[in-house]
Design a protein around this ligand. Structure first.
Ligand SMILES: Nc1ncnc2c1ncn2[C@@H]1O[C@H](COP(=O)(O)OP(=O)(O)OP(=O)(O)O)[C@@H](O)[C@H]1O
Ligand SMILES: [Mg+2]
Length: 377
């Protein structure tokens, strides 16, 4: 192939490439502008050749205020720093676009930079998507912060009136302020119960957001775990008796004084027992087993002979606001916060929580561990 034929081939290649291809001299004046570039930017060859890139396809400053004229000047001095460069460009009609450029210095016989060959591809949509992601992330972070401060502020605002509702309805239903009819007493019981329920809900939500924000701290103290476990049935004994449910405890040697956050451990056990109670039909059994393992931790199991948890639902148990949707659970009110919160409390202690169930009415066993050496790390 002759030199001329070769040149024609190359020229066709460059002319028809689906990329912006241009050359500029050391002043930034355009010396070559391929067809794709002409269509893309909206300049005809004769309009752009000899013109400076600044003022045509490069605005003096980009949308964020970056000095692009200085960048072009610097490019002529240090072309090797701009081998691949992303910057904003502008079309003839004023539309701003983002181009990813590959720049190559063209040297003369003496090795001096004579021109710069620039090949560019439109990445405007990519950049826009990138900016959308940044914006969405900022919005999400802002919303999360707003949520935290909302909860912190509302905590006080919600609890103050609620304490008045609970306190005064308690005074009234005990008839400390005067005698009541049967109906009045019954309705006051509802008011009191609902107030208590709402308060525990608010406390759960606040606790969860505190754990999530990493602001929940353990209040470690020494207490007798064996005593706490023995006493824990008090919460449910009355209800259990009413429903013919048998309670049993098996606390082994070696379970005794422990260093942990008593209030939180109590809450975990209370949550487990109230679930066991909720999901065990009349005549069933509920129990607590506890022992020291050879790994130097206490293993506690709260078990029941209730409805069980199907394998397909197991992912829901420790997820916030998730409940297994069954005929049985729909009968019982709840929010789906008890287990996720309990798991987080256990993990704060350095322990683990899990459950076993064969589903299908075969009962459930919830386990959790508490390390004995907590606070000594
Ligand atoms: N012992 C159990 N037997 C069967 N299912 C259970 C048992 N414990 C929990 N579950 C299932 O796990 C779900 C989540 O339990 P969790 O304690 O988090 O929520 P809840 O009891 O429904 O509401 P809350 O505790 O917030 O009042 C329950 O709704 C229930 O479907
Ligand atoms: Mg619960």
């Amino acid at each position: 192939m002759s030199r001329d034929e070769l040149e024609i081939q190359y020229r066709e290649l460059v002319e028809n490439a689906n990329s912006i291809i241009l050359r500029m001299d050391m002043k930034g004046d355009v010396t070559y502008f391929n067809r794709f570039a002409q269509n893309f930017f909206g300049y005809r060859q004769e309009e752009i050749l000899g013109e400076n890139v600044v003022g045509t396809i490069v605005a003096p400053a980009d949308s964020s205020g970056r000095d692009l004229k200085a960048m072009i000047d610097d490019m002529a001095l240090h072309p090797s720093s701009y081998v691949s460069n992303e910057n904003e460009n502008v079309m003839r009609n004023g539309t701003r676009v983002w181009i990813a450029w590959t720049n190559k210095a063209i040297l003369d016989e003496d090795g001096r930079v004579r021109e710069i060959l620039c090949i560019g591809n439109d990445i405007t949509r990519l950049k826009e998507a990138e900016q959308e992601i940044v914006k969405a992330k900022e919005a999400a972070e802002g919303a999360n912060k707003a949520k935290s401060s909302f909860l912190a502020n509302m905590s006080h605002e919600l609890r103050t009136p609620l304490n008045a509702i609970i306190g005064f309805s308690e005074l009234m239903k005990d008839e400390s302020v005067g005698p009541l009819t049967g109906k009045q007493k019954e309705y006051l019981d509802y008011v009191w119960e609902s107030g208590k329920h709402l308060l525990s809900l608010i406390n759960d939500i606040l606790d969860l957001s505190k754990v999530e924000a990493g602001k929940m701290e353990l209040e470690l103290g020494e207490f007798d775990l064996k005593e706490l476990l023995k006493k824990s049935f008090i919460f449910i004994s009355e209800k259990a008796a009413k429903h013919g449910i048998t309670l049993s405890a098996d606390v082994k040697e070696g379970v005794g004084p422990i260093k942990a956050d008593e209030r939180k451990v109590k809450q975990v056990i209370f949550n487990l027992l109230s679930n066991a109670m909720k999901f065990t039909p009349d005549g069933g059994k509920i129990g607590i087993d506890a022992k020291k393992t050879d790994k130097g931790e206490i293993l506690i199991c709260v078990w029941d002979t209730g409805i069980g948890i199907e394998a397909k639902d197991s992912h829901k148990i420790f997820s916030e606001f998730e409940q297994v949707d069954s005929e049985y659970s729909r009968k019982y009110a709840g929010t789906g916060l008890g287990m996720p919160l309990s798991k987080k409390f256990v993990e704060l202690h350095g322990g683990k929580m899990w459950f076993e169930s064969e589903g299908n009415g075969k009962g459930t066993r919830f386990y959790f561990t508490l390390p004995l050496n907590i606070g000594q790390k």
